[in-house]
Every structure is written in structure tokens, then in C-alpha cells.
Design a protein around this ligand. Structure first.
Ligand code: ASP
Length: 320
């Protein structure tokens, strides 16, 4: 018989390449994010509360490509985006093209709970944040400015412009971060939720929207199956509606681990002619956790009632 395994949370800090100079701080942050999300549910909060608090902590940490520390677009501006989904009601909220909202995931939640819409971007989204009194913050950090200059130098040295970006990213994965953050949770009431937040793909075109705020692509949750959050090349996740695909796989009876692995395999099978790396975390309504990635690392953590403290890892190894 399946033992009681609620609440459960898994979080990620992106499917990037994490070297030892930065992985210590990142692992600490994902551990803290899993802890705060778990504690939120243990003290009566819902899965939505848990994923929002976990993601907000990672946005504030400055260790990831989300919130403080977001990557810059080709015009040297920050354009952050985030989403959240409630598996109990299929309600969802997302916001994009944000320059100075402190926690994009909190704005996504406002869109979900306080408007009739799912996705609001740009000035309208910033106005909404102002209307509801959300905190603002200058998101560009000195470290990101330095990275931008390094990325641009490599891009220009390649002698080409954006069509060559994928090749450059392959050759220099250490400079082009995929450090989007996300969380998936199952609460004590049996409801699942997912949230994702990002600065987007480094050197992206101004106005580009990725998978992270796109419901079904970077984020999905449904009480009939489970919840999933993605990191990686947004265009690939959009084309395969990847987070929903993982949930659909779970709905057919696969474990979250098998569902995440099969979704990564699907990418290789169907979209192999472009830069296509991804990382995925998932939970199901039974409280099982899965994670898989085609990058060298996935910085992630999870917490269950069977553990004394969250487990944080740089590779997707999880035995249910
Ligand atoms: N998925 C994000 C995007 O394409 C990037 C990332 O995962 O870091 O915008």
C-alpha cells in the first residue's frame, strides 16, 4: 500500500551548467526554497502558496536567472516573466516583459486570482503590479552586466548574429545560463500546483516570450495527473507543450520520473535539428517526484514527510 506522502515539494534552479564556483550558493538556495515551500504547506498553506513562496525565495536570492539576477536581452534590458497554475481549478496566471517587479511570480498569482485573464505583459502588467502595491526592484545586477558583456563578445566574435546563437551556446554553455527557477507541489488536501519564473534566454530579442510564462509549456498543473515545471530552451518547450505533455504522460499511468524522462526523449526524437536542451521536475497526485534533463546539470531539491531536511542535487537522481 502507498504510504501517506503528503505534502511534497520539488523545486529547480534551472537546467544550466553549474560549476563549483557557483553551485554551492545555488544548492543552498534550492534547499531553502524546498524548505520554505514544505513549511508553508505543513502550516496550513496550499500547494499554490508553497510554489509561490519557493519561487519568490529563489527570485530574491540573486543566484538564478529569475528576479534579481535575471539575464539581459540583446538590448541590455531585463524582461522577466513568470507563471503559476492551480491543479485543483485549472486556474492559471502569467506575466511577462517585466522590468522591475521584485517578484514576478507574485504578479502571476495576482493575474490568476484578481483578474479575468491568464497572461498579461508589459506596461499593463507593470501597472497591475503598481495597482496592487507589489514591491519593485532594479533587477540588473553587476554580475549580470558582466555576463552580458562576455556573452555579447562571444556572439560578435562568432561573426554572426542570432541564427548562430544556438551554436555559440553549445560551445560556451558556461556563459549562457539556463537558470530559470520553478516549483511543483502536492499539498495535504491532495491539490497540485506549479510555478516558474525567469529572466528568459540570454541575449533574447526584445519582446520575446518563452516557455516559462506560457501555460502548458513551462508550467502546468492538473489534479487529474500532476504538476510540472521546465527549464531550458523555451522555444522547444513551447513547440512540444512540454509541461502539459509531462502531465498527460502521468495521466496515462506513468510515474513522474518516467514521464519526465519520456518527455526528454520526445524532444530528442521530434526536435533534434536545433539547440534543444531541457530540464524538468514533476510531482503526481500520489506524491511521487520525478526529474530529468538533457543538460549536464539540473540544480534542484525536494522535500517529503519521510525526510528530515530537503535533498539538493545537481543531477536528476530520484528513486521513488
Ligand atoms: N526556459 C527559459 C527560456 O527559454 C530559459 C531557462 O530555462 O533558463 O526563457
Amino acid at each position: 500500500m502507498l504510504k501517506a506522502c503528503k505534502p511534497v515539494i520539488a523545486v529547480h534552479g534551472g537546467a544550466g551548467t553549474w560549476d563549483s564556483t557557483r553551485s554551492g550558493a545555488a544548492l543552498k538556495s534550492v534547499r531553502e526554497a524546498a524548505e520554505i515551500g514544505f513549511k508553508t504547506m505543513r502550516t496550513g498553506g496550499s500547494a499554490v502558496d508553497a510554489v509561490v513562496e519557493a519561487v519568490a525565495l529563489m527570485e530574491d536570492s540573486g543566484n538564478f536567472n529569475a528576479g534579481a539576477g535575471s539575464t539581459l536581452n540583446i538590448e541590455k534590458h531585463v524582461e522577466m516573466e513568470a507563471s503559476v497554475m492551480d491543479g485543483a481549478t485549472l486556474q492559471a496566471g502569467a506575466a511577462g516583459l517585466l522590468s522591475d517587479v521584485r517578484n514576478p511570480v507574485r504578479l502571476a498569482r495576482l493575474v490568476m486570482e484578481e483578474t479575468d485573464h491568464v497572461f498579461v505583459v508589459g506596461k499593463g502588467a507593470e501597472d497591475l503590479a503598481r495597482m496592487f502595491g507589489l514591491e519593485r526592484r532594479q533587477a540588473i545586477t553587476p554580475a549580470q552586466l558582466e555576463r552580458y558583456e562576455a556573452q555579447l563578445k562571444i556572439l560578435l566574435a562568432g561573426g554572426g548574429y542570432l541564427p548562430r546563437l544556438a551554436e555559440l551556446v553549445k560551445a560556451h554553455p558556461e556563459v549562457f545560463q539556463l537558470e530559470t527557477v520553478g516549483a511543483v507541489a502536492l499539498d495535504g488536501a491532495g491539490n497540485v500546483a506549479a510555478a516558474t519564473s525567469t529572466g528568459g534566454f540570454p541575449l533574447k530579442l526584445s519582446g520575446r516570450i518563452g516557455d516559462s510564462p506560457s501555460i502548458g509549456c513551462g508550467t502546468y498543473a492538473d489534479n487529474r495527473s500532476g504538476a510540472c515545471s521546465a527549464s531550458g530552451v523555451g522555444e522547444v518547450a513551447i513547440r512540444l507543450v512540454l509541461a502539459k505533455t509531462v502531465c498527460d504522460y502521468i495521466g496515462t499511468g506513468k510515474t513522474p520520473q518516467k514521464a519526465a524522462e519520456d518527455a526528454i526523449a520526445l524532444i530528442k526524437e521530434r526536435i533534434s535539428n536545433v539547440y534543444n536542451v531541457m530540464g524538468l521536475i514533476a510531482v503526481d497526485v500520489k506524491g511521487r517526484i520525478g526529474a530529468a534533463h538533457s543538460t549536464s546539470n539540473l540544480c534542484w531539491a525536494y522535500m517529503t514527510p519521510a525526510l528530515d531536511e530537503p535533498v539538493a542535487l545537481l543531477k536528476a537522481k530520484f528513486v521513488n
